[in-house]
Design a protein around this ligand. Structure first.
Ligand code: ADP
Ligand code: MG
Length: 242
């Protein structure tokens, strides 16, 4: 579904990604972790073509991102992305948040978009909140709306960038529950998160990044159960979060 081949990226003279290679299969759930500043957000933004890269190749569902002929907006429409800070439109109510991109980008009619959006709103348990504005919802509810909004676009893969790290602790569980359900339904997911409970429960693979490099790319079992085989940097990280 996703393939990265020797991807490198610079911000000016600062190299933020160095020679990153990995692939994510359909239905796979991959957790990306690593210290702050290691390039996790940058890596998933390149997958969604929100950030350009200067070397290497990224292929998403057969579409070559490095090919100048690729229609990037069309690709982005097929990749769901959920950020740390929800990024709902504050001046639109929940229902409007859910339907806007479906109509504008996918060309759905208002009726189609509403039916689709409300189906996913129901799936995240928030149908009753459809007329509220984001500011009237808790952080956990806003993030669930953001997930429903991304799902309404029928994405081929969902990318999450620390979706629970801006939330009050009591709201983390409700968002993780939605993500666990999605994973169990077979959605292809790539999640930057430090929620190791989530990683242990549903991930297939763990990628550990440090200083712009993919230092570990291994099965969940290898990552958690055989820490002695991990790199010193990953061991140190694991010792702090487990
Ligand atoms: P992470 O998500 O792992 O915390 P990021 O991908 O956000 O890391 O950032 C990786 C590095 O790139 C950091 O050193 C950060 O300061 C730098 N960086 C991120 N965005 C930019 C930018 N737009 N311009 C310059 N440097 C950036
Ligand atoms: Mg980040």
């Amino acid at each position: 579904m996703i393939e990265l081949r020797n991807v490198s990226k610079w911000y000016g003279s600062f190299q933020v990604l160095t020679d990153c290679s990995t692939s994510i299969q359909k239905g796979e759930v991959v957790v990306i972790c690593g210290p702050s500043g290691s390039g996790k957000s940058t890596l998933i933004k390149t997958i969604n073509a929100l950030e350009p890269f200067q070397q290497g190749e990224i292929i998403v569902d057969g579409v070559h991102l490095h090919d100048p002929k690729t229609n990037l907006p069309q690709l982005r429409a097929r990749v769901g992305m959920v950020f740390q800070h929800f990024e709902l439109f504050p001046h639109l109510n929940v229902q409007e948040n859910l339907t806007l991109a479906q109509m504008k980008v996918l060309g759905r009619t208002a009726d189609e978009a509403n039916a689709h959006g409300l189906k996913y709103l129901d799936r995240v348990g928030l149908l009753a909140q459809k007329d509220k504005f984001p500011g009237q919802l808790s952080g956990g509810q806003q993030q669930r709306v953001a997930i429903a909004r991304a799902l309404s676009m029928d994405p081929i893969v969902m990318l999450f960038d620390e979706p629970t790290s801006a939330l009050d602790p009591e709201m983390v569980g409700e968002v993780l529950d939605v993500m666990v359900k999605l994973a169990q339904e077979g959605m292809t997911m790539c999640c930057v998160t430090h929620e190791m409970g989530f990683a242990r429960k549903v991930s297939h693979r763990v990628i550990f990044m440090d200083q712009g490099r993919i230092v570990e790319d291994c099965s969940k079992a290898e990552f958690f159960d055989r820490p002695e085989e991990r790199s010193p940097r990953a061991k140190e990280f694991l010792s702090k979060i487990l």
